[in-house]
Design a protein around this ligand. Structure first.
Ligand SMILES: [Zn+2]
Length: 340
């Protein structure tokens, strides 16, 4: 029951960001809403064949799935651009016109590439989006802990168990008998169907936050390359190995600022205070460097035989930027980039 009240409390605070509608819903309506939710839609795209033997084997995608992934990328880019349209001057001290004109396309080559060309076209390989999705699952399901057992032991799951748990929740929702409101009232709220539906409702929102958080940080980084004129350096002598390291760190810093202002604008101050984890997952930087980076198998090799800055150097630089931002914005430090 405690779980149900926590859920209500959560709904009251964050009613603006909920993608599954509960108000006045019966379990039958909630079940149907869940089946239309991000959890169901995304599971069919990213794990259509069930639990893989090796979680590192990302499933091969069909054309339709690549198109759906491209739609996710477009949505994340558009969200970044509309946020930049509003807060762009806070980030760039001027209107970010070049970033607002950038475009996106998904490639399906199997190589973990995110790049942007001189025309401001960002290419993201589906392999990276798959890795971002796996990050969202790990970030939300790695720790197995019963809600009512608040002070109990936290058990870490393997990535294979994470994917299995995720598909199990989805299956249980499918098999739960959704009832009418009258049916719900006559059986009460404590029976299994509500608890599974509630768990799935939490999960779909958390997953969506984490997944789009990572995409958002990644695309904000590419938009920064566009806006700061880094793309003009491509294929020129001016892009030395030293300069490459600098532009990467500059783009990370701007990406953190973009996502920071955007997350702050979306969550109420109460939301930021009560749900620091959600604020952090909206920023995406932490999941990107702690999880996606490894899942996508990013290599340190940059262009023209130069090395990109190391993951550790990038995390350290972002931690410093985050410290400056929270100081400026009078927020308590959240330790977002700590290793899990
Ligand atoms: Zn870059």
């Amino acid at each position: 029951m405690c779980r149900f009240f926590l859920f209500l409390f959560w709904l009251v605070l964050l009613v603006g960001c909920i993608s599954v509608k509960f108000e006045g819903s019966s379990s039958g309506q909630t079940k149907r809403a869940l089946q239309e939710s991000f959890l169901f839609k995304s599971a069919d795209i990213f794990y259509p064949n069930g639990v893989p033997d090796d979680p590192a084997d990302l499933p091969l995608l069909k054309k339709a799935q690549v198109r759906e992934i491209e739609d996710f990328l477009k949505a994340a880019l558009n969200a970044n651009q509309s946020v930049l349209g509003v807060i762009g001057e806070n980030v760039y001290n001027r209107e970010p016109t070049r970033a607002l004109a950038a475009k996106i396309r998904a490639s399906n080559t199997g190589f973990p590439v995110v790049s942007v060309n001189r025309n401001g076209v960002i290419t993201v390989d589906t392999k990276i989006v798959q890795a971002a999705y796996r990050s969202a699952l790990a970030s939300n399901l790695r720790e197995a802990q019963a809600f009512d057992d608040f002070f109990g032991e936290i058990e870490a799951r393997s990535d294979r168990e994470v994917i299995a748990e995720f598909l199990r929740i989805k299956k249980i929702v499918d098999e739960t008998r959704g009832r009418s409101l009258i049916g719900d009232l006559s059986t009460g709220l404590e029976d299994d169907s509500w608890s599974v539906l509630t768990e799935a409702a939490f999960l779909t929102i958390d997953l969506e936050q984490s997944f789009f958080g990572v995409l958002s940080f990644m695309l904000a980084h590419e938009l920064a390359h566009v806006e700061l004129g880094h793309i003009d350096l491509l294929d020129t002598e001016a892009l030395t190995c030293k300069r490459l390291v600098e532009v990467e760190l500059e783009a990370d810093e701007k990406a953190l600022e973009t996502t920071f202002f955007s997350a702050q604008a979306q969550l109420s101050p109460a939301g930021v205070f009560f749900f620091p984890d959600m604020f952090a997952s909206r920023l995406g930087a932490s999941d990107f460097f702690n999880l996606t980076y490894e899942y996508a198998n990013f290599s340190g090799a940059g262009v023209r035989g130069c090395e990109y800055p190391s993951r550790e150097a990038r995390i350290a630089a972002l931690e410093a930027s985050f410290g400056r931002l929270t100081e400026k914005r009078a927020l308590s430090p959240l330790g977002i980039l700590e290793e899990n």
